[in-house]
Design a protein around this ligand. Structure first.
Ligand SMILES: [Zn+2]
Length: 313
């Protein structure tokens, strides 16, 4: 970046000022907030909830975009370079390792929110493994932990720990905010338990395999039309399997997503005379979600209402 002489002078003055009385290399004392960059919606939301007023949290993946196939622009890479704290989920953001490698910053704290969480393998209802084998021949593990209200709590704790390391002076605030948000996630978990425990059916059909952890938490079976990533389109045989499953289990609702073309879900619904509804994997908010003031908790409550209804048809 080219700075004019005057601007450069201001920038240097700001650097000198920020060096004054700054014990930990961060930004207390000069009114500048901790700079946090987070990858996609749930990471942004969890980080904002814990950070409160004490950090400026920037999300990378824009509204309406879907994170499985997103790549950072040079501007995004620059933001990651300059961040005091970088938060990502892990596994779904395939670009992160090489981006962190190319933007070395010793002061930057990195949180991989999925760390330490016991991962499950992607749904093996269909033979998607072949396609998913691109990563060093490993069995594909499921990255969608944020859709479990219990595992989301672990991610929030990891983010809290990262904020505390990056900005120890506000440790008490981060703990207080994280505790408050975790109470909300616990209440959400209780609601899911209550509203799903006596369901007539246990099977639900989704657009891609995003709801494995949620299904596991509440004793349900997810049957995905696509694989772990929405780009993995089903073969005609796999579609026929989903149709047969739906008929056998009397599934009357096919769920689709807000960020992915619902064409295939609609085709299956038409074939079995089912209706469609939204089950939102929270991989990003749409403009419409934002204009309605929806957030993680509200969308999860909508997901619960949709599931409870579909499982009792
Ligand atoms: Zn996904």
């Amino acid at each position: 970046m080219k700075l004019s002489k005057g601007l450069a002078g201001i920038a240097i003055a700001a650097l000198v000022l920020s060096g004054c009385g700054n014990s930990n290399g961060n930004n207390e004392g000069n009114g500048e907030k901790l700079k946090v960059v987070a990858s996609f919606y749930p990471m942004v939301e969890f980080t904002k909830q814990v950070a409160g007023d004490h950090a400026e949290v920037v999300g990378l993946i824009p509204s309406g975009a879907e994170p499985h196939d997103w790549e950072p622009s040079p501007k995004d890479v620059a933001a990651i370079q300059d961040a005091d704290l970088f938060v990502y989920n892990g596994m779904i953001e395939g670009w992160v390792e090489k981006t962190l490698e190319s933007t070395k910053n010793e002061k930057r704290i990195v949180v991989r929110a999925i760390d330490g969480i016991e991962l499950i393998e992607g749904s093996d209802e269909h033979e998607h493994e072949e396609e998913g084998h691109e990563e060093e021949g490993e069995h594909p593990l499921d990255p969608h932990v944020w859709l479990s209200p219990t595992l989301a709590q672990q991610e929030v704790r990891h983010i809290q720990a990262g904020l505390e390391r990056a900005d120890p002076d506000n440790k008490d605030n981060y703990k207080k905010n994280a505790d408050a948000y975790i109470e909300k996630l616990k209440a959400l978990d209780e609601k899911f338990k209550q509203d799903l425990s006596n369901s007539k059916h246990k099977e639900f059909i989704t657009q891609h395999a995003a709801f494995g952890y949620l299904a596991k938490d509440y004793g349900l079976t997810q049957v995905p039309i696509a694989g772990l990533s929405p780009e993995q389109e089903p073969s005609p045989e796999e579609m026929a399997e989903v149709v047969a499953f739906a008929k056998e289990h009397e599934v009357k609702t096919i769920f689709f997503e807000t960020l992915v073309d619902p064409k295939i879900a609609q085709t299956i619904a038409d074939e079995i005379g089912a209706k469609t509804d939204v089950l939102n994997p929270l991989e990003g908010l749409t403009e419409e979600d934002m204009s309605k003031g929806l957030d993680y908790i509200k969308i999860m409550e909508n997901n619960l209402a949709g599931l409870a209804k579909a499982l009792n048809e």
